[in-house]
Each structure stands twice: as structure tokens, then as C-alpha cells.
Design a protein around this ligand. Structure first.
Ligand SMILES: C[S@@+](CC[C@H](N)C(=O)[O-])C[C@H]1O[C@@H](n2cnc3c(N)ncnc32)[C@H](O)[C@@H]1O
Length: 251
């Protein structure tokens, strides 16, 4: 039976490092003026995703998310990795939304896998439960913050997040938390919005970061990960608006 645990949020709305997103810089003689914008707080973000949760299936369809995630998942070789895990691979999807990334991975894997997923939005978890079950998945769902994952160190074979880290005041802190729960040799897989016209619109509406390929690669190296790879991701008619990155925790 699908488990939906809502106790895990705990202190996850605790204060985060207050990094703001630089928007524009202007020089006036010896003066330099930087205008930056704060990201939404975890609580505000959860409320906003609660409000759009029933429309998220349409968003996922419009941007063909299931298909969009398949190509970089195949390029990352994560599927080959998972087929080698006995008896069952443990997979964690952070900021699951309605489950597009897990559903994409499940459609590519042949062997049995144990899917776990978290989200700060309770309503998104309700959507995830129904959409993932409909796709034949039986996930363990928990309301939690990617910056404070309620799991033991080194407890997953794959840890992934799609279109989540760009929302956070300190994306690298979330990545460090994802790496904490990843076993040595396991793979982290992330997909984030890149700088583009579409990215600027998302940034305006959702106060997100637009993350360059160089930044993503630098984050993975800074987390001591190896075998770093990346690929542009096409979100339907919006075009190549995102980048997927993957890397392995050293053995
Ligand atoms: C753009 S949606 C992406 C959903 C899904 N991963 C996908 O690709 O369709 C972002 C999701 O991240 C969740 N989220 C935002 N901040 C989070 C956080 N700090 N921890 C966990 N989930 C978060 C939101 O509630 C939302 O479901």
C-alpha cells in the first residue's frame, strides 16, 4: 500500500541561508547598485504549490515531462546501474510534484525498485499518490523538505530532483543533503531551469534561479562527486529550457 507520511516536515521550515538571486547590476561612477530578489520561503512555496496542485497534471502534459526526463535518464546510465542492484534498488525523488520523474525512470527500468518521494506540498503529495499509482508505482510518500531529508545516511541507490533546486535559497545545501543519503557508488540526478527567455518567465513568476551548465557542474564537483555529466532537456514546445546533471558518489 502507498504510504503517505505527513509527520516528517518537522522543523523543515527552519531558517535557511538567506541568499538572494542577483537580478541586475548598474554602475554610476564609483557606485555599483545590485538589485537582487529573495526566493520564496519554504512555507510560501508549499502554499503556492498546494494551490496549483490540481492543475499540475496539465502542466506536466503541456511540457511533456515524462518524455522529457527519459532522454537524460538514459544518457546518465542510471538505468543500467539500477538493473545491477539486488534485490531492489531504492530510489528517492525530492520535490516529486505529481511524480513525472519517477514515472519516467520506472518506464525505463526493467527490475523491481522501491520508490520513495518527498515534497513540502501536501496537495502535491495527494496528486503524486494518485498519478504514480495509476502508472503502476507504489511509492512511499512523505511530506518533507529536501534541505532536511528524514532518511539515514547512504540509504538510497539513486537520489534525484527535477525543477526543485532552482526554487531554493541555497540549492547547494539541498544538493549536499541529497548526497548525504546517497550510497557510495550511487547516482544523483538533477534537472534545473537554465537561463533562457522561458527561464526568465519562470524566474519572474516563481522567483527561481536560472542555473548555467558551468554552475551545475561546479556544484557537483564541490559536492565531491565524480563521473559528472549533463544534457540539455527539451520541455515540449518551450524548447531546451532546462539542463539535467548527473554524477556519482565515489566508492
Ligand atoms: C516545478 S515542481 C516539479 C515537480 C516534479 N519534480 C516534476 O518535475 O514535475 C517543484 C516541486 O518541488 C516542490 N518543492 C519546492 N520546494 C521544496 C522543498 N524545499 N523540498 C521539497 N519539495 C519542494 C514543490 O512543492 C513542487 O511539487
Amino acid at each position: 500500500m502507498t504510504q503517505l507520511d505527513t509527520k516528517g516536515l518537522g522543523s523543515s521550515h527552519a531558517a535557511t541561508m538567506e541568499q538572494a538571486i542577483p537580478m541586475t547590476t548598474r554602475r554610476f561612477g564609483s557606485w555599483e547598485v545590485l538589485i537582487s530578489r529573495r526566493t520564496l520561503s519554504s512555507a510560501d512555496l508549499a502554499n503556492r504549490y498546494d494551490a496549483v496542485s490540481d492543475k499540475w497534471a496539465r502542466t506536466a502534459r503541456r511540457f511533456r515531462l515524462n518524455a522529457a526526463y527519459c532522454e537524460p535518464l538514459l544518457a546518465s546510465q542510471v538505468v543500467i546501474d539500477l538493473m545491477r542492484v539486488e534485490p531492489k534498488a531504492r530510489i528517492l525523488d525530492c520535490g516529486v510534484g505529481n511524480g513525472s520523474l519517477s514515472i519516467a525512470l520506472n518506464s525505463l527500468t526493467k527490475g523491481p525498485a522501491d520508490f520513495h518521494a518527498i515534497d513540502t506540498s501536501a496537495e502535491m503529495l495527494v496528486q503524486a499518490k494518485s498519478v504514480m499509482q495509476h502508472a503502476g508505482l507504489n511509492p512511499h510518500l512523505q511530506q518533507a523538505d529536501v534541505m532536511l531529508l528524514p532518511y539515514e545516511d547512504q540509504s538510497f541507490d539513486v537520489v534525484m530532483a527535477a525543477h526543485v533546486l532552482e526554487h531554493l535559497p541555497d540549492p547547494q545545501r539541498a544538493l549536499a543533503e541529497m548526497v548525504r543519503v546517497l550510497r557510495p557508488g550511487g547516482m544523483v540526478f538533477i534537472c534545473v531551469t537554465r537561463p533562457s527567455l522561458f527561464g526568465a518567465l519562470v524566474q519572474l513568476l516563481w522567483r527561481t534561479w536560472a542555473i548555467t551548465e558551468q554552475e551545475g557542474i561546479a556544484w557537483l564537483h564541490a559536492s565531491q562527486l565524480v563521473d559528472v555529466g549533463y544534457q540539455a532537456v527539451r520541455l515540449g514546445s518551450a524548447g531546451f529550457t532546462s539542463t539535467a546533471f548527473w554524477a556519482r558518489r565515489p566508492q
